[in-house]
Ligand binder design. Structure first.
Ligand SMILES: [Zn+2]
Length: 292
């Protein structure tokens, strides 16, 4: 799933390639992906892409004041196409293609664009056409951006203060902090040497400062590594940069201990016992439930 660093990089990628270009048309193949109907998606035709922004994990293309907002969800991706002029017309079907955005040809006659694809059967990719991105409920309720200057240790202390949830869940909650998902919450907690099940409210001031440092450093490093990469290379870069996430069974880079995993119904987390839990493996809740 693309998280803050990948979406930031996609925003930069589109800023370089799409800004200044006119939209020829937006073809919605997966009709369930389109979450708004007024203004219609056809209203984007003829408008020029004037800016690209990121809100949490949302991509926001400003097209002369009308916004095309994209949430790639768990299995969605953006694929840039240098020339769509010979592409076949899109047809609703079972394939991964959800939306195609066609841009006007350049001087060389190439008509680039990009496609939003979504793998798997669970379709969660979401596209919105709106004059005001803040009217999208999941954008309006986003917590602070961890790369913003206002995201200080004090700000994190206010967020955490009295919160009785486990720190892993808190980091992933978009209403609390925007942009961190399953992968980078694992990475942040490993960098902070903190158990994913630690209750937020029990963190000391020193631990909150460490957690803040881990959040900012982990995300900034990932943004830096992803900077300037083509959209197609982002997934591999994300994978190669991860130290614990999806690396169960492999040795920890920091201490050499074996990275472990806790599985849930529809996700899993990975951590290093030596770095994060005093050497003790965490109970696998799904397993312990079965054993009862
Ligand atoms: Zn370790």
């Amino acid at each position: 799933m693309p998280e803050l660093p990948e979406v930031e990089s996609l925003a930069g990628f589109l800023r370089e390639r799409a800004v200044g270009r006119t939209i020829l048309g937006v073809d919605v193949v997966a009709i369930q992906a389109l979450k708004t109907f007024d203004p219609p998606v056809t209203a984007l035709g003829g408008l020029t892409v004037t800016g690209v922004a990121r809100h949490g994990k949302f991509l926001d293309l400003d097209c002369d004041g009308l916004h095309l907002v994209i949430h790639l969800a768990r299995a969605g991706w953006l694929r840039w196409r240098d020339d769509l002029s010979a592409a076949k017309p899109v047809r609703p079907g079972k394939g991964p293609l959800a939306v195609r955005v066609r841009l006007a040809p350049d001087d060389e006659g190439l008509a680039p664009g990009f496609e939003l694809t979504e793998a798997g059967t669970q379709k969660r990719l979401a596209v919105y056409v709106t004059k005001n991105p803040d009217e999208i409920p999941n954008v309006a309720t986003l917590g602070p951006d961890p790369l913003a200057d206002s995201f200080t240790v004090e700000a994190l202390k206010r967020i955490i203060g009295g919160n009785r949830t486990q720190i892993k869940g808190l980091l992933r909650d978009q209403k609390v902090i925007a942009g961190i998902g399953n992968a980078y919450s694992d990475e942040v907690l490993h960098a902070a040497k903190m158990s994913p099940f630690k209750i937020a409210a029990t963190l000391t001031d020193a631990q909150i400062a460490d957690l803040h440092e881990a959040i900012v450093t982990t995300l900034r490093d990932a943004v830096e590594r992803a900077h300037g990469l083509a959209a197609k290379d982002l997934k591999a870069e994300k994978k190669s940069g991860l130290r614990v996430h999806n690396r169960a069974g492999q040795p920890c880079d920091v201490c050499g201990d074996t990275i472990r995993e806790v599985s849930f119904a529809d996700s899993s987390l990975q951590y290093c016992p030596t770095c994060q839990t005093g050497g003790k493996p965490l109970a696998d809740r799904r397993l312990s439930k079965l054993l009862k």
